[in-house]
Ligand binder design. Structure first.
Ligand code: ATP
Ligand code: MG
Length: 469
């Protein structure tokens, strides 16, 4: 049998090493790390059978880590190590779902006994529970449509994080549903009766953003003719959604970090600290880890935000959701526009199922809306979407004029579809490049597509950035 995997977190190297020695002698597979933040990174990468963490650590406390574990790996037991035997902390630990606790200093036998007893109690096996049972079978969740395994995981995490107050960082390419996820978190949380306040951090200049977030007192700067309540305070008791968080300037990032650490804000020009009670949800289509490495995003703020990460998968990596999304948007827009549409031509359907959707669900939604608006008959056909040149020999006419056998006809249809896909993708990539002066890095960033993948698309489509320099 494979040995149980244990993760040990303690800021003191002596304790870490001692635990590792004691546990490895009993043939457990042990990994150690020095902080809760590092532990969260590891928990995102692989599953553990047991977590043993110190309670008091600089940065993130053991209790905070425990709460994140409940979301990231709900079935992994946690043993807390307390510096002193205090009933209060023990009670708090158990209330937050710790399986057991040990007080320092501890005898090796005591540790081993607790570890083996906690591991024995574990009822749910490591292999993932069937998420589908827990999530409504209604083709989706909240406003989300999609029943793929990837989306089930997203719904699952939203439900868990909604029950906690841990900060969430939502990532994903443009149009994957990040804002939808933020709203779903709020609507499923105990805060749902309180405000949901969304701030688009990319649309406001630095000083404006600060006064929006923190508020200002009358006369604190030219134009501050009246005292203004900051959005942190407006969202009191509810959820504050910081969208496009990568666009915040370094100096505002510092203020944001302080506000999150102290759970208090100071309005511009003010002296009083105002306590805040919010669930913070942030979103970005950039890789904040990369930006932190490059120095344009504070690493400590990244860690603060990335407590519970939620990554929304691109549509092309969960193709089985495409048909239900199509049906959903067809129903939505025929209802809104008041048209009767019975179906989609097989050719168009085949195209929609094969296309790569660099603009994700938003792109699919826009295509269907346009098709419904333009549709002249009761079936959506190529003319409604203008996917390929209809003056080219098209299937119906081919049958009449050119005697093709079934195989050749199929091949020709496939070819036409492929050309349509290529031309749409080319348009997408070229437009993104045009908007960014043919700077590949910027174009990839804007669309939220990883740079190597964006370059891969350019290569496949035969687009070269150099031709425009
Ligand atoms: N799974 C889904 N089911 C139904 N609709 C969806 C889904 N995902 C996204 N949408 C729809 O697609 C559109 C884009 O979603 P949203 O604004 O949440 O994306 P985003 O990730 O915030 O994009 P951006 O990075 O460009 O801001 C919205 O109209 C949203 O309702
Ligand atoms: Mg968005």
């Amino acid at each position: 049998m494979e040995s149980s995997k244990i993760l040990v977190i303690d800021d003191e190297a002596v304790i870490r090493d001692a635990m590792k020695l004691i546990l490895e002698r009993e043939a457990y597979a042990v990994e150690t790390c020095h902080s809760g933040y590092r532990a969260i990174e590891l928990l995102q990468q692989r599953a553990f059978d047991l977590i043993i963490t110190d309670l008091k650590m600089p940065g993130m406390s053991g209790i905070e880590l425990l709460k994140s574990v409940r979301t990231l790996q709900p079935h992994t037991p946690v043993i807390l190590i307390t510096g002193y035997a205090s009933v209060d902390t023990a009670v708090e630990a158990m209330k937050n779902g710790a399986s057991d606790y040990i007080s320092k200093p501890f005898a090796p036998d005591m540790l081993l006994e607790k570890v083996s007893s906690v591991l024995k109690q574990r009822s749910i096996p490591l292999d993932e529970i069937d998420l589908k049972k827990e999530i409504s079978k209604n083709h989706g969740f909240h406003q989300f449509i999609g029943e793929s395994r990837e989306m089930q995981k997203v719904y699952h995490r939203i439900i868990h994080v909604a029950a906690t107050n841990s900060t969430v960082l939502i990532t994903g390419e443009s149009g994957t549903g990040k804002e939808l996820a933020a709203r779903a978190i709020h609507d499923n949380s105990p805060r749902k009766e309180k405000p949901f306040v969304a701030v688009d951090c990319s649309s406001l200049a630095e000083t404006l953003l600060e006064s929006e977030l923190f508020g200002h007192v009358k006369g604190s700067f030219t134009g501050a003719v009246q005292t203004k309540t900051g959005l942190f305070k407006v969202a009191d008791g509810g959820t504050l959604f910081l969208d496009e968080v990568s666009n915040i300037s370094l100096s505002t990032q510092a203020k944001l970090l302080r506000a999150l650490q102290e759970r208090k804000v100071t309005p511009i020009g003010g002296t009083q600290l105002v306590p805040i009670d919010i669930h913070l949800v942030a979103a970005t289509n950039k890789n904040l880890r990369t930006l932190a490495n490059e120095g344009s995003f504070r690493e400590d703020l990244f860690f603060r935000l990335n407590i519970i990460p939620i990554e929304l998968p691109p549509l092309r990596s969960r193709r089985q959701d495409i048909p239900i999304l199509i049906r959903h948007f067809l129903e939505k827009y025929t209802r809104e526009i008041g048209k009767k549409i019975n179906g989609i031509a097989p050719d168009v359907m085949a195209f929609l199922e094969e296309y790569s959707y660099p603009g994700n669900v938003r792109e699919l939604e826009n295509m269907i809306e346009r098709a419904v608006v333009l549709a002249e008959g009761e079936t959506i056909c190529n003319e409604d979407l203008e996917l390929w040149d209809s003056s080219a020999p098209e299937s119906g006419r081919i049958i009449e004029t050119v005697p093709l056998n079934a195989e050749e006809l199929k091949e020709m249809k496939r070819h036409i579809r492929e050309q349509a896909i290529t031309s749409l993708e080319t348009l997408f990539v070229r437009n993104a490049l045009d908007r960014n002066s043919w700077n590949v890095t910027k174009a990839a960033e804007e669309t939220g597509i990883l740079r190597p993948n964006f370059q891969g698309m350019m290569k496949k489509l035969g687009i070269s950035a150099r031709e425009h320099n």
